[in-house]
Design a protein around this ligand. Structure first.
Ligand SMILES: Cc1ncc(COP(=O)(O)O)c(C=O)c1O
Length: 376
């Protein structure tokens, strides 16, 4: 039916973002009631109650456009990020995903190159392709780290944008201060470096740098963060970028008016007051990560040393799509990494203790049921 239409040839080249199966899909497809989703790095604690109260209050203004909710969030947020920042250093997106779209639209038109790692969040290359850019995907180091040295070497005259994801999805590993400093010394001024720190709040390592300092120094650096993970608001879609005001002004040309509703913006603002929630989620992730490591040691499986609310198991003794299917049959959804070019890897979100126990039990059973030694 579309044959009579003139279609955008560039759009046809854009890879689709493959989201994990939803709980409802698995319930319907497999006839299961009790399904546990550990596939999208969502908060195991549900949303912050302060955020829910704020959203409920705003529901009664649903007939109105969001008004100054965007500015109010930026004003509340800016001083928590850097003492020299105000609301003009921030732009809000419909999730960090929307910010990534704006960045690609702003910088990689006309065949400009975007460099990132081959093993990272797929939206960078999807967004670059969407706007006629050329993605350059650099392999990770042998221990699966973001290879900043190789990325610096891949910079060419046509490079416009570099995405550094730290903690990186799907490994959870961070880029440390010294390597970031070395890397930034090699990046020319005409290349924009984006640090996607959607999982920043989970990091406790003192060697984790704060790229807001580069923004303060006037560098062409953009920091991306999200309320979806540590604030538990994935369903409300709020993310943001931090950059110099003139950069933010430029990016605002790629912003859709009222891209996020006041419900989401007010919930996000209220979540910033819920220090207890943030502490609880941090503590849970930290403790449960250790629980998972210990249990995976017991199953003789290697894993990445993660600084985020998920862990990657890179080298399973069977194909990850098959393992994932077996786990789904026992009601546990994880993310197989075949689409990342890692056919024997899965990523699992850290849940409550009972979730993690259920995952480990299902994983142990799936590996033991006779196919565990075959990668076919
Ligand atoms: C590294 C990274 N960046 C951005 C996002 C998107 O987050 P949001 O829900 O804010 O769009 C994700 C989501 O999984 C992610 O892993």
């Amino acid at each position: 039916m579309l044959t009579s239409l003139r279609l955008n040839p560039n759009l046809l080249k854009v890879p689709l973002y493959i989201a994990g199966k939803s709980i409802e899909e698995v319930q319907e497809e497999y006839g299961l009631d009790d399904v546990l989703k550990l596939a999208s790095n969502e908060s195991a604690l549900g949303p912050s109650p302060l955020a829910i109260e704020a959203a409920q209050r705003v529901l009664w203004d649903s007939h109105r456009y969001p008004g100054s909710a965007d500015r109010n969030l930026r004003r509340r947020l800016a001083p928590t990020l850097h003492p020299n920042f105000d609301e003009h250093y921030l732009i809000i997106g419909n999730g960090a995903t929307d910010i990534i779209r704006m960045l690609a639209q702003a910088f990689v038109f006309d065949g400009g190159e975007m460099i990132t790692s081959r093993v990272t969040f797929p939206m960078y290359h999807i967004a670059a392709t969407m706007f006629g850019g050329v993605p350059v995907l650099v392999p990770p180091t042998s221990d699966l780290r973001f290879d900043l040295r190789a990325i610096a070497e891949a910079i060419k005259p046509n490079t416009r944008l570099i995405f550094v994801c730290s903690p990186n999805n799907p490994t959870g590993m961070i880029c440390q201060r010294a390597e970031v400093e070395q890397f930034m010394r090699r990046v020319p001024a005409e290349v924009v470096v984006v640090f996607d720190e959607s999982y920043r709040d989970f990091v406790a390592d003192p060697d984790y740098p704060d790229p807001c300092d580069y923004v303060d120094d006037g560098r062409n650096v953009i920091v991306v963060r999200s309320f979806s993970k540590s604030a538990g608001l994935a369903n409300l879609r709020v993310g943001y970028a931090i950059a110099r005001p003139e950069m933010i002004e430029y990016l605002s040309h790629a912003q859709i008016p009222f891209n996020t509703g006041a419900l989401a913006l007010e919930a996000a603002r209220a979540s910033l007051d819920d220090h207890e929630y943030l502490e609880r989620i941090r503590r849970l992730v930290c403790e449960e990560r250790e629980f998972l490591y210990h249990a995976l040691d017991g199953l003789d499986l290697a894993y990445t040393r993660s600084h985020a609310n998920f862990v990657m198991i890179p080298d399973l003794p069977l194909e990850a799509n098959r393992l994932s299917e077996k786990l789904i049959r026992s009601g546990v959804i994880v993310r197989p990494m075949a689409a990342w070019g890692m056919p024997t890897a899965i990523r699992v979100t850290i849940g409550l203790r009972e979730h993690n126990e259920r995952f480990i039990a299902a994983l142990g059973a799936a590996l033991a049921d006779g196919n565990g030694t075959s990668k076919q």
